[in-house]
Unconditional design. Sequence first.
Length: 252
Amino acid sequence: MSTVGKAASLLELFTMAEPEIGLSELARRAGLDKATARRLLVALAAHRLIEQEPASRRYRLGAGLSRLARIRDANFPFARIAAPVMKDLAAATGETAHLSEFSAGALLTVHVELSAKANRVNVNAGQILPLHGTASGLAFLAFSRSAVTEAYLDKPLERFTTHTLTDRANLADQVRLAAERGYSRSAQGYEDGVHSIAAPILGADGHALGALSIASPLSRVDDATAAVQAGAVMAAAREIAARLTGEPLPAP
């Protein structure tokens, strides 16, 4: 792995659940010796991408990343444009809505509107979603360029639950079905007890940039509920795409 790759691997260890991590733990998780990890952290800190909490001496993401994020958001305001639409979607369905953007072969969760119900599906911003294990991923593959879809279908597919689609033919069938109906449906493909409906967010070229999904406890969803959720998520996805591209809102 290159030096840049090693440094990036350290940044990717931080999560919403664990925003601060000590040197020894960072080195262990990244598979680096402490001296190398420390050298990389010093370099990242020099560019304000990492900072050290003065009292605990644990590391956390630096303010330089916020600056870069603001620059990107000014040029591609994906999550900002989607946020009000997602808030309405979560309120209308009573379920968690989450938005993901394709990046480096997977979907990165960029915005979440949690359900107001006590029994709900929790999704974290920053969470990475595999394309074959989630409704979001199926919707994305169904509306991606054929080269992207074919390349993913040819990869070994990790199993997350007993319901994960790991057979290439079965996965291809689900991708085709999602393309035909405009949305995808997945039950327990990534997490037991979770049901999801997703639709792609299309760019101006008609290909998927990411996906919008409604996630519900499986016990709350039957076919009638899924049909209502599908209509709602497709309408919301079309609205987000229209706001993002500046194109007129397409007909349902």
